[in-house]
Ligand binder design. Structure first.
Ligand code: SAM
Length: 196
């Protein structure tokens, strides 16, 4: 059993510990069973706000219940729509956008995030993110379509201008059976007109 290097998403939480402040506005781009939505809702505090997206009503219903139980629902907007449409709902700058790609655990394994819509959502995320904001993306390759999505996401992010963004990739290099991989993006503060 490991204590510190357990899951790649534990690393995200270390970064977000500092990157998300009380009162911030953040996005859970893939709500699923709501574990990450709950984590984000706690981080932003009473004055903060979380926008949560999922295309499955069952995911949002379960998450609503989870948030209600923990008295967190008031600070979360759960939206039954794809993250590729996030700009329709979010008009403010946000400090974090959290993607946990793939399928809903214990749900329909056919309903997966897809390269094309994920890239669209990432383009929109880059625009909504404020300076020093973080996008976290957990990628899975064990299911059909997962590898294509991971390759598309990596290619898109690897080509971001380093004057504006830092992009970090982390993965376990000794684990079998397609462990999840993590990509983190920070939007840099720039002091001249931003190009992207
Ligand atoms: N973060 C979640 C949690 O804490 O339980 C797990 C997320 S799960 C791996 C991925 C979720 O993405 C699924 O619930 C799926 O329905 C959702 N999804 C698929 N396509 C989507 C899209 N275009 N926009 C938003 N969510 C999508």
């Amino acid at each position: 059993k490991a204590k510190y290097l357990t899951k790649v998403t534990d690393l995200t939480k270390i970064i977000l510990e500092n990157a998300i402040k009380e009162g911030d506005i953040v996005v859970d781009a893939t709500v699923g069973n709501g574990y990450d939505t709950e984590y984000l809702a706690k981080k932003v505090g009473e004055r903060g706000k979380v926008y949560g997206f999922d295309i499955q009503k069952i995911a949002l219903d379960k998450t609503k219940e989870r948030l209600q139980k923990n008295d967190l629902l008031e600070r979360v907007s759960l939206i039954l729509d794809g993250h590729e449409n996030m700009d329709k709902y979010i008009k403010e700058e946000v400090s974090c956008i959290y993607f946990n790609l793939g399928y809903l655990p214990r749900g329909d394994h056919k309903l997966i995030t897809k390269a094309e819509t994920t890239i669209l959502a990432l383009e929109k995320s880059l625009k909504l993110l404020k300076s020093y904001g973080i996008i976290s993306i957990a990628l899975y390759t064990g299911h059909e379509g997962g590898l294509e999505e991971k390759d598309a996401v990596e290619e898109f992010l690897a080509n971001l201008d380093q004057n504006y963004y830092n992009v970090l990739k982390c993965n376990f290099i000794n684990q079998k059976n397609n462990p999840p991989q993590l990509v983190l993006v920070e939007k840099k503060m720039v002091f001249k007109e931003r190009q992207i």
